[in-house]
Design a binder for this molecule. Sequence first.
Ligand code: B3K
Ligand code: ZN
Length: 872
Amino acid sequence: PKTHYLTDYQPPAFEVESLFLTFELLPNGTRVTNRMQVHRVKDLSAPLVLDGEGLELIQVDLDGVALMPTQYDVTDTQLILPDVPERFELEIVTEIDPENNTRLEGLYRTSGNYCTQCEAEGFRRITYYFDRPDVLTYFTTKIIADKQDNKVLLSNGNLVEVGDLPNDRHYAIWKDPYKKPCYLFALVAGNLEEVEDTFITRDQRQIDLRIYVEPKNLDKCEHAMESLKRSMKWDEERFGLVYDLDIYMIVAVDDFNMGAMENKGLNVFNSKYVLAKPETATDADYEGIESVIGHEYFHNWTGNRVTCRDWFQLTLKEGLTVFRDQEFTSDMLSPAVKRIEDVKRLRNNQFPEDAGPMSHPIQPQSYIEMNNFYTMTVYEKGAEVVRLYHTLLGEAGFQKGMQLYFDRFDGQAVTVEDFRNAMADANEIDLAQMHNWYTQAGTPTLKVEKHFDAATGTLTLHCEQSLKGQSAHAPLLIPVLFGFLNDDGRALPVRPGENSRNKVFETEKGHLLKLTTLSETFEFTGLSQEPHLSLLRHFSAPVNLEYAASDEELMMLASHDADSFVRWESIQTLALKNIEDNVARFQAGNGMVFSEHYQQAFQAVLEAKGLDPALKALAIGLPDLPYVFEQFETIDVDAVLQAVEYQKAQIAQTFSGALDKAYLAHCSKKAYCYDKHDMAARMLKNQCLAYLAYGAEPVVRAVAQYEQQQNMTDVLAALNALNHLAVSEREACLSDFYERWQQDTLVMDKWFSLQARSESEQALQDVRGLLEHPDFNYRNPNRVRSVLGVFGRLNMKAFHDASGEGYALLAEEVLKMDKINPQVAARLVTAFTSWKRFKGHRQDKMQSALQHIAADKALSKDVYEIVSKSLE
Ligand code: B3K
Ligand code: ZN
């Protein structure tokens, strides 16, 4: 397969003035007529080359004259016209088969309805075209279909005409007044029902809002609609950005490769991110819906109005839009909780990705299959890099930068440099060094050492940055938010010494130290006592901080620091130290110990007065396994799992009284409400419940909570608590759950995923059973992910089973899945990419599994790219 390089970028040789698409929809033979007005902009002799894959070419007309097959070339991936005039009209007729499109790219059918997915390169599966983001044009779309099965006919922009046709058919014409690249094209048709609402913009325009769903789901759209209205209002208030069409449509479909897609005026969503009611969706689902609805809406400006020049610039729209959706959630719910959740997500998923063979900078330099680069790195680390600008410039400076970005680039396809220059120019500062965050992969380590000279009251901080495996990297600009504390946790003054005045700043987020070189010393004076350090407040940069704090210091910070991230981080560090210590003990054949300091911090946090229950829940939770794994050069699965099990059991035993008390204190009979206070109470209650299940009487509370059936958050938490126990109550609750929800696809995904991540001894057999279950369906990505994705990513015990059977199972399933849906298969295979990190026989067995996959001669380029890079 071919590798694409950033350095090969060439501007397009042709411009498309307008495009008129006609779809005659039929499940197995949809006819697409593509009429475009084109003119040449450079390379007078260059042939016209259009992208196309999986298309049946019927006819080509150039300026109204049918071409003979000898006048063009058709390959598997291109249509080439060697000789075209300066300016011309081209009409291409092709046929496609939506019903048998199991890749879910291009035009496909889901639950009997038609829908499209074009990003990144799916439009070429609809018609021959310049399938690249820097070719923008005006789209008009005519959809013709049989009326009975396709009541609703939708595309981008405004509806300009509808009418009836003979043989019970009808048509609709949609015209998008904004230029766009083809990856933002969408078409939806079928028998969907709609929920309607309106939004009045700040300039008093009325926007029609519509959510289209299958009829059975009409009662689950309210939260999505409210989320949409909140997103529109928030973007006006915080970013000054107003919606630009008269109608905004969201369509929910069950079969979708990812979360959602920001097609202009017609978002297509995985139904998981639309449908919710308290009985069927958890707090996490509600929050996910609000944030994804926000994310796709925010793309209308950051992505659609200003788009990417090429796919190497993906983080331009994704990093920025994730940053925006994070800020949105933060403003809607709790900023402190949101920040911690985002850091956990980054550490659990992006840090491992960046430490493995698929590691890439947020601006990748090359790819084989672009869909493989919609990664945690491009999205989440990309958002962290955007956050660096925000931390450096402050809210006002950042917004000035955004304003200039839109003034300069509205309607254009641009690069990450364009964004940086807008930020720099608007604030009249030099941000050239930020470039290094875009071009270097890996999680940087920031090492800090402190020296205090009591005689002069001077504190010296020595900071060093490094990137693993790179002896000399280009220095990153690392903003470090920090504070000094005395023994009681009170703030001490921060007075930069002579050498540090120009590198230490007061910002709206607190004291900020700007590290710009590989190694640098900062001086602070006028200190009457040696301060404790509170470092990387708010997680101000996506780095691993190496600073040797004592257990006493960590306990003090956990109880007193002004920054909730640092408080959380301090107790997490104590837990991690305890786990690491026990891993070493286990390996040496010694008994494990339960750290006194951790116990004290745990109790202090659990019983702290006035602390947000959500922050308590996060603090008393243990670091997630992927992040624990990351702490080890070589991962000893057995030792880590034992140490974590031990930790949970000790917590349950030692604190059973306090946990039970906290549990009861946060139970409530109140009806479900999506509200941060209620959510926080449920979070703490359910964290306590999870621990109680490792204690002496594991099932009592969980079964009672299950039986109450208050809302899905509590029901699922109860099932989770029971899930690792070999008790009959577990089976009973699971089968009750099945009976209740058999008809609800999204709820059934939860039933599948619970079993796929069970720590029970028979989990492996259970997973095999799930794959044979009549409700399992290889063509539904959510269902596949809820079994195989969860198994490979979250069931460390069963996936890494010493027999190697977990690996063999997933490898077979990846091969099977690759024939059906390569994008989904490629995600599943990432469970193997960290194979070199595992100890002994597991390493060999994971490698063999990868080699077995690699040996398949017909691999998709999606899976091929990941497997081959992993084995390099
Ligand atoms: N832009 C889409 C993702 C497309 C993924 C293509 N494999 C959704 C989003 O980020 O908003
Ligand atoms: Zn996005």
